[in-house]
Design a protein around this ligand. Sequence first.
Ligand SMILES: O=C(NCCNC(=O)c1cc(-c2ccc(F)cc2)cc(O)c1O)c1cc(O)ncn1
Ligand SMILES: [Mg+2]
Length: 215
Amino acid sequence: TRTSRPQRILKAVQRKATVGDPQSVITAIDHFCRHREWAMNVGDEKGSILDSVVNEVSPVTVLELGTYCGYSTVRIARLLPPGACVITLEFNPDYAAIARQVIKWSGLEDKVQLVEGASGDWIPWMKEHFGVQAFDLVFLDHWKERYLPDTKLLEECGLIQKGTVLLADNVICPGTPDYLEYVRNSPHYNSQYYRSHLEYTKAEDGLEKSVFLGY
Ligand SMILES: O=C(NCCNC(=O)c1cc(-c2ccc(F)cc2)cc(O)c1O)c1cc(O)ncn1
Ligand SMILES: [Mg+2]
């Protein structure tokens, strides 16, 4: 196929969504992925749970691991008050290039810092490079086998402090068993599972919300 799936998602946004209207961008991507081609966005059902957690935390600084096409970046950024921002890390340059354009179409570029690179390389530089003290909310949606090592790295770098909320996608499908075991058994986290479905399907999936209790 000439174009990539992310490119076809961007086309759907440019055809169906209104510039500067984040909700229309979200609706356009959900419609395309439900009726044309499945894609690994968090989706509308789990996206509503993400929205409720963002509203509950009302974060000033958010870290998103795994941007893909920027769907969840837009979902998060549209709920942030002035002065708050989301730093989103994407390893794949092709995904990052599409995400920049989706985020720009939504008009939320001032609330988003998209960083291209590997999470393991960038996390140790977050404080110095972005002047971040600690994250209020971390949305984990990247390589599933990186959830646990990156959580430990965030702890070691002092980027997770008392009250920081971790919200992890795909804890059932594709699944993140080692991460789940860690946050559910650690005395330093209060963890709860929000049962849902894999985006645009009937398969079970869910989000795990873990609040750091301090040391
Ligand atoms: O694939 C990279 N990132 C996406 C991580 N996200 C996922 O893998 C993901 C997968 C699924 C999923 C679920 C069922 C199924 F049958 C197939 C896929 C769903 C989701 O909601 C995800 O979030 C990637 C590539 C690369 O080259 N470099 C850095 N990262
Ligand atoms: Mg996901």
